[in-house]
Design a protein around this ligand. Structure first.
Ligand code: SF4
Ligand code: SF4
Length: 111
């Protein structure tokens, strides 16, 4: 089969009435700028960690906003907290601070 350099993602649906948004609520109280992201991807494009791994901060941020927390704590361990994502963000999302707090919130809830 011919390969085109990309693959089609599996479709998935989220029942928002069943989602627990408590962790998102906690984060947005600490880092309000987390909610103004426009999903441009500049953070991922410049990310130091994505050059060495499958780490994708935009995808992680989107999953967190959708209340899909499974596996995120493990993924966030790959971030080096260099802050480049925060410097390039056109919406001035404090992503570095968001990552620190996502790690804390996810770890706390998983205990
Ligand atoms: S650079 Fe900023 S606005 Fe763009 S996807 Fe990342 S967090 Fe969102
Ligand atoms: S702080 Fe983390 S997510 Fe942001 S650019 Fe650096 S390694 Fe990537």
């Amino acid at each position: 089969m011919r390969q085109f350099g990309f693959s089609i993602s599996q479709t998935r649906s989220i029942d928002l009435d069943q989602v627990d948004f408590s962790r998102l609520d906690e984060l947005k109280n600490i880092v309000p700028s987390f909610m103004v992201c426009m999903n441009c991807g500049a953070c991922t494009a410049t990310c130091s960690a994505q050059q060495f791994s499958d780490f994708n901060i935009r995808k992680i941020k989107t999953q967190y906003m959708q209340g899909q927390y499974d596996g995120l704590a493990k993924q966030l361990e790959k971030c080096m907290l260099c802050g480049k994502c925060t410097l390039v963000c056109p919406r001035e999302v404090n992503l570095r601070n968001s990552i620190v707090n996502m790690r804390r919130i996810l770890t706390k809830k998983n205990k």
